[in-house]
Design a protein around this ligand. Structure first.
Ligand code: SF4
Ligand code: SF4
Length: 81
């Protein structure tokens, strides 16, 4: 039996911490982060992962590193499939 290793990475954005500076959008190599139409309690439009593009996250961590408000967490796992 052949086992394939499937790489899976994703981010979680805390919308209430996001001030909408868009630094994370600028540094994402696969351009999966966009601006939400909703408004948070700071009056900012927080960012979100673009619908249908979440599978493209490489887990590089650029977005979390760049965020001045630590609003993004990156998770990366390896699963056997
Ligand atoms: S971890 Fe990398 S690929 Fe994933 S959303 Fe952040 S910048 Fe983009
Ligand atoms: S870098 Fe942080 S504060 Fe700025 S838009 Fe992205 S998640 Fe929001």
């Amino acid at each position: 039996m052949v086992e394939k290793l499937k790489r899976s990475a994703y981010i979680v954005i805390e919308a209430e911490r996001c001030k909408g500076c868009r630094y994370c959008i600028a540094v994402c190599p696969v351009q999966i982060i966009g601006v939400s139409k909703s408004t948070n309690q700071m009056g900012a439009n927080p960012v979100e992962v673009i619908v249908g593009k979440d599978d493209l996250c490489t887990g590089c961590g650029n977005c979390a590193t760049m965020c001045p408000d630590t609003a993004i967490s990156v998770f990366s796992t390896r699963e056997k499939s």
